[in-house]
Design a protein around this ligand. Structure first.
Ligand SMILES: [Zn+2]
Length: 448
């Protein structure tokens, strides 16, 4: 049977339940909610004991009229708020917990949330372990985390806010999967930044979960007949919120409403011409900024160490370069100084000496890239290419090249990354193409 035909067959039963059961009524003016149907699942909300008999009568009537037989043994009931779970007049068995559309419900919200989140957390940790050994670069690993590994939690996040300890466990598993035991890594807060800010766009689990919950409550709250709209209206949370929020004391036992009230006070409501995706993204961005507001050291470590570099330019050049992602990922490690050089290892007592094993000079990232072994030749070639490139596009690279050799031994200069990934401000000051001062041919001949 097609889905449409099935819905048509089921509609009379759903209507009978909705019209005849006392149901759950939120506020005096709102429509009661007795039955919620999704695909072949019907969830009934019964608030009066005698409705159990009505349920049985409605099912009998539907069976006689339609000719179908409902297997009552497959239905389950959950008693909450002191309901007598020995009353089986409707033929339902009472269970200590119910699973509705993948979400576990039990008599308390906190326990329901825990029982729903625990298995999903275990699954994510097991999945991270399973795919750990795959040969993927940083970009691919982060893409996998954002689009596949965490996909299963986004649905649940719209119903129950995640528990902090479970969020931490998932974050730990993801970090372990992404960094694969590397000694040096950027902090999670850094890799969660956008690419043009020195990060790699790893999703912030806590922020994303909150944004999804808020977005769903907002969307449901905009539907006039929904139970969520009535519930938000009951708590005076419909529409835009006051800033700062001042009704939070009443919501202490309802964490999901507390999150909604607290955060929506700082997020302007969705405008008529704002698309759903844009609104969702705006919620995430706003929460992300709020989470980090007031934190110290939110800039990447490397940009704090070398404030003289034009870091916006570095990140832009890194990600706009026409190179494979694997190469960009390698450069990302180098820019952030994550290569386990002897000097870095010695600083944390993991190496006895900071000197290079090959040439016995101080082993730094600059040394490895520009001085040691073949890297010196590669670095000279790269510098020459850069000089030529600037020259052929109009930049005056004479000084840059002539002073190159003397600068090569100077460890205190700007890092090679900053000077190659961001070819310095001379690019901005170059004369326009065709102006006097351009000497393309000599430089081409000189280097090739
Ligand atoms: Zn060396």
């Amino acid at each position: 049977m097609s889905m449409s035909l099935y819905a048509l067959c089921l509609h009379p039963l759903h209507t009978l339940f909705s019209r005849n059961l006392a149901a759950l009524k939120i506020g005096k003016k709102n429509q009661p909610t007795a039955a919620v149907a999704y695909a072949d699942d019907i969830t009934l909300i019964i608030t009066v004991p005698n409705d159990l008999l009505k349920v049985r009568d409605i099912i009998n009537s539907f069976e006689k009229a339609s000719g179908v037989v409902i297997n009552i043994n497959k239905s389950k009931a959950l008693a909450i708020a002191g309901w007598d779970d020995t009353d089986t007049r409707a033929g339902f068995k009472f269970c200590p917990q119910l699973k509705i559309l993948g979400t576990t419900f039990i008599s308390t919200k906190a326990r329901s949330s825990q029982l729903s989140w625990e298995p999903i957390t275990k699954t994510i940790r097991a999945q991270a372990k399973l795919v750990y050994a795959r040969n993927l670069n940083l970009t691919q690993r982060i893409q996998y985390v954002n689009s596949t590994l965490l996909a299963r939690i986004w649905y649940l996040a719209q119903i129950f806010p995640p528990l902090n300890d479970l969020t931490n466990k998932m974050s730990t598993a993801i970090n372990w999967y992404i960094w694969q035991g590397k000694i040096f890594r950027v902090p999670t807060a850094t890799i969660q930044k956008r690419k043009l800010q020195g990060g790699w766009g790893l999703v912030d689990i806590g922020v994303k979960c909150k944004s999804l919950l808020i977005n769903r409550l907002w969307k449901e709250g905009c539907k006039e007949d929904s139970a969520t709209a009535a519930w938000l209206k009951y708590w005076n949370l419909a529409g835009s919120q006051g800033n700062p929020p001042n009704r939070l004391g009443k919501l202490q036992n309802m964490k999901y409403l507390l999150i909604y009230a607290y955060n929506m006070a700082y997020i302007s409501p969705q405008s008529h011409n704002e698309k759903a995706n844009a609104f969702q993204k705006r919620i995430y961005d706003s929460l992300y900024k709020m989470e980090r507001a007031g934190l110290i050291n939110i800039e990447p470590r490397i940009s704090r160490q070398q404030p003289q570099a034009d870091w916006n330019r570095v990140w832009e050049n890194l990600h706009s370069a026409p190179f494979p992602e694997q190469m960009k990922a390698t450069w990302y490690h180098i820019i952030h100084d994550l290569v386990p050089t002897k000097s870095r290892l010695a600083a944390i007592q993991l190496s006895a000496l900071p000197q290079c094993d090959r040439c016995n000079k101080l082993d730094t990232i600059v040394h490895r890239l520009t001085n040691c072994s073949n890297s010196a030749r590669i670095w000279r070639w790269t510098s020459a290419r850069l000089a030529m490139d600037q020259r052929t596009t109009g930049a005056d690279a004479t000084d840059r090249h002539s002073s190159h050799s003397s600068r090569m031994d100077n460890e205190t200069r700007l890092s090679p990354v900053a000077s190659t990934a961001a070819p310095s401000n001379t690019m901005d000051n170059r004369p326009p193409c065709g102006f006097p001062g351009q000497q393309k041919a000599p430089y081409i001949r000189r280097f090739y």
